[in-house]
Design a protein. Structure first.
Length: 320
């Protein structure tokens, strides 16, 4: 168990490195252009993802602006001087970190079975090809955006995408030894709770930051994110209490993650009451989906990635 924990911790910086190399394009960024006599921050020649060019950046940005403006006209404001410089910096830094969530979610479905170098290669393929394509479908003027799909902060682009990838990986790699007859709790529940607490707070940055401004939209996105996470944790706890006679700390933090993932696509389009409904739905439905996947279908999704993130993303997208 300890070796598996260390392996997962090692996969995280490796994934961050893969996406940074694939997506980063700072050499010609006017925000980071060196002054006279200074050395450029990054090498001139870099690998580039499918959406790192100016035209691609602008299309994705315009799609996000149109999405937000259609819901709350007049609230979205960028500074008038150097708009594209500012937004280019945003695309180069905020978007890769948003995508990082997608990369860090996937290994949870195949924990304790994946090979490190295999994951590094997969991370490069995902960051260079799969994620940019799905992102364009939703935010870059693609067919899902044209159909009217609403995804404020990545429910489709990140959570459904990552959930399906984790499910496929779990099916391809097979079950761990002892599954499903042997209990496989977390290696260290204290680390689990500490990580969940940081995740709860960190999620505010992604959802509120997707408003692209420090305004009422960002504040409301942060509020509904918090409400949904709280409701999801309580709903999951209640389901465990009813079914097993007592709640668990692991169930509470899992319900919290379900609430966070489910509110993500709808965080810019609902109010507190809607967030409460979404959070409760996430806790109940994701709990049932987890039980179905593991107890009935016997799919060894180690960290319940598909029933929590995948199913949660689908629920949130439908609510949006």
């Amino acid at each position: 168990m300890a070796e598996g924990c260390l392996h997962q911790l090692c996969c995280t910086p490796a994934a961050l490195g893969a996406l940074s190399i694939t997506l980063e394009d700072d050499a010609d960024d006017p925000v980071l252009e060196p002054g006279p006599g200074q050395t450029p921050l990054w090498p001139t020649v870099q690998l580039r993802g499918l959406f790192t060019g100016d035209a691609e950046r602008n299309r994705i940005l315009d799609g996000l602006q149109a999405l937000n403006a259609a819901q709350r006209p007049g609230n979205l404001r960028f500074r008038e001087v150097g708009d594209r410089d500012w937004t280019r910096a945003w695309m180069d830094r905020f978007q890769p970190m948003r995508f990082g969530r997608r990369l860090w979610i996937v290994p949870g479905g195949m924990a304790e079975r994946d090979h490190f170098w295999g994951w590094v290669i997969a991370a490069g393929v995902i960051s260079g090809f799969i994620y940019p394509i799905v992102e364009h479908w939703v935010w870059g003027g693609g067919w899902l955006g044209d159909l009217g799909l609403l995804d404020f902060a990545g429910g489709t682009v990140v959570h459904i995408n990552a959930g399906v990838a984790a499910l496929v990986a779990a099916l391809v790699m097979g079950r761990r030894k002892g599954f499903p007859t042997t209990a496989m709790p977390p290696h260290n529940l204290t680390m689990t709770v500490a990580g969940a607490a940081m995740l709860w707070v960190g999620w505010f940055g992604f959802n509120a930051g997707s408003a692209l401004a420090a305004n009422g939209d960002a504040g409301m996105a942060m509020l509904v994110t918090h409400i949904s996470a709280a409701a999801g944790s309580l709903a999951w706890m209640t389901m465990e209490w009813v079914r097993h006679g007592k709640p668990s700390v692991l169930g509470i933090v899992t319900g919290m993650v379900a609430g966070l993932g489910t509110i993500t696509p709808a965080s810019g389009f609902v109010g507190p009451a809607g967030a409460l409904i979404i959070g409760i739905s996430a806790g109940v439905i994701c709990y049932l989906a987890t039980s179905l996947l593991k107890r009935v279908l016997h799919v060894d999704d180690s960290l319940d990635v598909f029933p929590v993130h995948g199913v949660g993303g689908i629920i949130g997208t439908l609510f949006a």
